[in-house]
Design a protein around this ligand. Structure first.
Ligand SMILES: [Fe+2]
Length: 311
């Protein structure tokens, strides 16, 4: 038998006390958010008849999640990162902004401070010999559709084991391996050589994986490459491209795949230089242009401030 007490006046008063709404001290915005969160949580416990055992299992899981540093991992896993993107999309639609490269989630593995290179760069240190060499290049366009000289393309991706430099548990990769800040040339062109990354998953046995398994889901991502793209007078774009042909390209636990972000891969057998870059042996080529959008009333209304690693 379940009993419901949520609507009782003393419970409603208790929620106000819990959230500090009965006193002037504190931050009004945080009070409003916590009041709403606690209201929804109390109601869920009441309506779903969540038992004390279930509740304390949840608390133990939250502690384990924090100890493992995985709040930023379960966030995309539960679709919250994608939901924030959908809200930004809707705000753009309401403002009449269109024609931009689709945004998608940042993920938790960006590191600030990557070496800055003008024009073309090589991202990998050559030690991961399991990867197919990759040449990726394209043009950054401004809101007027014209190339944007000096645009900044920050790129980061993992190796063929699915490990990112600075987060590699084997310690094999040097600082900023497969990470660079590229400055587009006077034609708005960027270019880099690297290797085609592989997909990866959440750590086996981790709190994130435990919850996903309990939901009947997996914690794997298709191969992808992350980007921040910015330019004078334009909003900073956060996006990723997926590697076409990856079996999980439309089954990403982090929900980052979007239309327009799975460019074709052109396979070369080697030989002649492509776009002025001598790649040597067989390699894959991705041509991908970025389209940025103007500031809104002089501000970047899609810029996200969050805790990020810097090195
Ligand atoms: Fe990633």
């Amino acid at each position: 038998m379940n009993v419901n007490i949520f609507d009782r006046p003393q419970v409603q008063e208790f929620l106000k006390t819990v959230s500090g709404l009965d006193k002037p001290e504190g931050d009004p915005r945080i009070k409003a958010i916590i009041h709403r969160f606690m209201t929804d949580l109390f109601k869920a416990i009441d309506e779903l008849d969540i038992t004390p055992d279930e509740y304390w299992a949840g608390i133990a899981w939250i502690n384990a999640l924090g100890t493992a540093g995985q709040a930023g991992l379960i966030s995309p896993g539960l679709g919250l990162d994608h939901f924030l993107d959908l809200r930004l999309d809707a705000k753009d639609a309401a403002l009449g902004i269109d024609g931009e490269t689709p945004r998608t989630i940042e993920g938790p593995l960006y590191v600030a401070g990557a070496p800055v290179v003008h024009g073309h760069a090589r991202l990998d240190d050559g030690r991961d010999t399991n990867g197919t060499p990759l040449l990726m290049h394209g043009t950054v366009h401004g809101a007027d559709g014209k190339p944007l000289p000096g645009a900044v393309v920050e790129v980061w991706h993992c190796d063929t084991r699915g490990f990112y430099s600075h987060f590699d548990p084997t310690g094999v990769q040097g600082p900023f391996n497969m990470r660079r800040t590229l400055i587009a040339d006077e034609a708005g062109h960027y270019s880099f050589r690297s290797i085609v990354p592989k997909g990866y998953g959440v750590p086996p046995g981790s709190p994130t994986e435990q919850l996903l398994f309990a939901l009947g889901r997996h914690g794997q991502r298709p191969a992808h490459i992350h980007f921040f793209v910015s330019g004078d007078g334009h909003r900073k774009l956060t996006t990723q491209i997926n590697i076409a042909g990856d079996p999980l390209v439309n089954d990403d636990f982090a929900f980052a795949t979007r239309n327009g972000l799975v460019p074709e891969i052109k396979q070369h057998t080697g030989g002649s230089p492509v776009n002025g870059v001598e790649m040597g042996e067989a390699f894959d080529e991705i041509l991908f242009d970025f389209h940025l959008t103007e500031l809104v009333n002089g501000e970047d209304n899609q810029a996200v401030q969050r805790a990020r690693v810097a090195a």
